[in-house]
Ligand binder design. Structure first.
Ligand code: SF4
Length: 367
């Protein structure tokens, strides 16, 4: 634990929570529209998908599988036909996360893998800023998002113009930007970070003060772990800001042995009431390593389902907050993406080039 330093200033509006839908683009003409597969639950589909249902049988009731399985089967076939890969964030539902995704992880893992992808098409099962990051790192590939309206309250809380004004107000102070931002905001930044590497990124700059955008709670967490002074922005995640220290203290009173693990986008009293704080992949590693009898994952609800599918002996207590943006991504929409090659994510090449510098600087940091 570092020396507890205060945030020296927090600026900006509260997050607005309403992501305007970015402009959809037409499917690239070099990819013809394919026939919609027949979606039917039959013995062949049951046999072909049985090994996938095994992975999620602890969290998806058998009565639901006949609905999911025909989509899973069709998506996995179309992925090969399109030479596509599916990247899925830890907050995706288990039938996506365990049954159709090729790469799973937190924003940092997805960004790293997106940089290495060998495929013509990337389908991003996550929110829009993640798809933009994949496009920034793969300008020659087609990047699709199954629902263009999958936004993020943090990404919506700040614009490129806000960053330019901050630079005018604090000349010479480097800008560290959480990946949960638009390409335009990344383009105005010196370096990006994720919740998993934010402290490391801030300290890598060798300065005594940084502008840290846009999550005020992640900024507080970084300030508590580092001697670097932080100028923060008033953005927040609409999912994590709903947790309270009181609710966690009540959970601990009812079972003192329970392990509480929180994401650093949570408010400081939630972090203070927790046993461990880390990114989603840090949280997963913690549970895998410690295998506590009962655990509370203080983050988006689907992650507990995804980890619990793998660790049936751990009991997950679920103070459940769902991300409505992540939940826009569904199997039917993923199938539509692959059939119709929609919705294509596009980033202005000049903005992408500047944003790429900030993302690559983070990706290339030695861990
Ligand atoms: S969980 Fe929060 S930070 Fe993540 S996409 Fe949803 S609103 Fe954004």
């Amino acid at each position: 634990m570092g020396v507890n330093m205060p945030i020296i200033e927090t600026l900006g509006p509260q997050a607005r929570y309403a992501m305007p839908a970015p402009q959809a683009r037409r499917a690239p003409s070099r990819f013809p529209i394919l026939p919609m597969p027949v979606l039917e639950w039959n013995p062949d589909v049951e046999r072909e998908t049985a090994h996938l249902y095994e992975r999620i049988k602890n969290v998806v009731p058998s009565v639901e599988w006949p609905f999911f399985a025909p989509y899973v089967s069709a998506i996995n076939r179309l992925k090969k036909e399109r030479n596509a890969v599916i990247l899925a964030h830890n907050y995706q539902t288990p039938e996506i996360f365990h049954c159709v995704a090729d790469v799973v992880g937190d924003s940092l893992q997805l960004a790293r893998e997106a940089a290495k992808v060998k495929a013509d098409v990337i389908v991003q099962c996550g929110v829009h800023f993640m798809a933009e990051t994949a496009k920034i790192l793969n300008p020659d590939k087609v990047v699709l998002i199954p629902d263009m309206k999958a936004g993020c309250s943090l990404a919506e809380s700040i614009t490129g113009e806000d960053v330019r004004l901050l630079r005018e107000r604090f000349p010479g102070v480097p800008v560290v930007t959480y990946v949960n931002t638009s390409a335009e905001v990344k383009a105005e930044s010196d370096i990006c970070c994720t919740s998993g590497n934010a402290v490391q990124v801030v300290e890598s700059l060798g300065v005594d003060k940084v502008i840290f955008l846009p999550d005020q709670y992640l900024a507080s967490y970084v300030a508590s772990q580092s001697k670097v002074k932080i100028i923060a922005w008033k953005g927040s995640c609409e999912v994590h800001e709903r947790f309270t220290g009181d609710e966690l203290r009540r959970l601990r009173e009812s079972d003192p042995s329970v392990q509480i693990i929180a994401h650093p986008e949570c408010p400081p009293d939630v972090i203070a009431a927790s046993d461990y704080t880390g990114s989603t992949s840090g949280m997963i590693s913690y549970v895998r390593e410690h295998q506590p009898k009962r655990v509370v994952l203080v983050t988006e609800c689907s992650m507990a389902d995804n980890v619990s599918a793998e660790l049936p002996n751990v009991e997950f207590v679920r103070p459940c907050n769902l991300c409505p943006h992540m939940k826009r991504i569904t199997l039917p929409k993923i199938l539509d993406s692959l059939v119709y090659m929609q919705e294509e994510v596009w980033v202005d090449p000049a903005i992408a080039a500047k944003a790429r510098r900030a993302v690559e600087r983070m990706v290339n940091l030695k861990s």
